[in-house]
Design a protein around this ligand. Structure first.
Ligand code: ADP
Length: 266
């Protein structure tokens, strides 16, 4: 027989972090990881102590985006406990399940196993004092997303969608998850990604190829602000796989949008 620590007696998760922001989406492929990575870099550039946790167990893309997938974090002993040192790049402290496990292992974890492992990684990582920890959430409203939102009491959420109606429907589900009485995670705002297309040689033109207004519609429905609209930029697609240029923020047309986004969440 083992005594179980009552929930309220458990030490607070991430007590050395001032703000925890869950970057979530209703479905994959809307640019959630790209937003989380760029937001982290923008915040670090503003001088905030920033960390990024990749919680997308089944498709960790942060190591690829930051081009650190061949790096292995080291552990150090602290009070008889091993603490993992996050990898630091572009001023961001980065941790990902993808840096700690073999891809084929994590892929077959069931929900509870994945949630438990993630929680362990959060606890064991030596984040130090941080102003912001961004968490790149798994897409959707599955087990892991719910557990993360529930367990990290101080977390607030950003929901990333694209302008289509289908994406709005998916974003709505994510919104319902966060507002559920058992979860109660405040939604900081909506980010509409791929809001329009701006050709590199015509930085002032806007083509609304995925439709218009989805971000605002979701924002109105969830009673949360639309805090950022990020254009679709060709160069990102071409370079993000290699991790050489994940800086949407270096593309002039996007730079402003990200600065506004950063200001909006501060
Ligand atoms: P998710 O995390 O939602 O699955 P990703 O961040 O991995 O999505 O993005 C999916 C794909 O879309 C990636 O190839 C990424 O480079 C691309 N992408 C994301 N946002 C943009 C954007 N604003 N402009 C161009 N390509 C983008």
């Amino acid at each position: 027989y083992k005594m179980v620590t009552p929930l309220e007696k458990q030490p607070e998760l991430l007590s050395s972090v001032k703000n925890v922001i869950l970057v979530a989406s209703g479905k994959g492929g809307v640019g959630k990881s790209t937003m989380a990575a760029n937001l982290a870099i923008s915040l670090a550039r503003e001088g905030y102590r920033t960390g990024l946790l990749d919680a997308d167990v089944y498709g960790p893309s942060v190591p690829i985006l930051f081009d650190i997938k061949n790096q292995r974090p080291v552990a150090e002993k602290e009070n008889e406990k091993a603490r993992i040192i996050p990898i630091e790049k572009y001023g961001v402290k980065i941790m990902s399940i993808g840096l700690l496990t073999k891809e084929e292992d994590a892929m077959i974890w069931r929900g509870p196993m994945a949630s438990k492992t993630l929680k362990q990684v959060i606890e064991d990582t030596k984040w130090g004092e941080l102003d912001f920890l961004l968490i790149d959430m798994p897409p959707g409203t599955g087990d892991i997303a719910i557990t993360m939102a529930q367990d990290i009491k101080k977390a607030k959420a950003l929901i990333v969608i694209t302008p289509q109606q289908l994406a709005v429907a998916d974003g709505r589900k994510a919104g319902y998850m966060f507002s559920n009485p058992h979860v109660q995670t405040p939604v900081l705002g909506i980010i509409e990604n791929m809001a329009w297309f701006t050709p590199a040689n015509h930085p002032d033109e806007r083509y609304f190829i995925f439709g218009k207004g989805g971000g605002q519609q979701l924002a109105d429905e969830l009673n949360a602000p639309l805090i950022g609209q990020i254009p679709l930029v060709m160069e990102i697609e071409e370079t993000s796989d290699s991790g050489k240029n994940i800086f949407l923020t270096d593309t002039p047309s996007v730079h402003k949008a990200f600065q506004e986004l950063t200001n909006n969440i501060l």
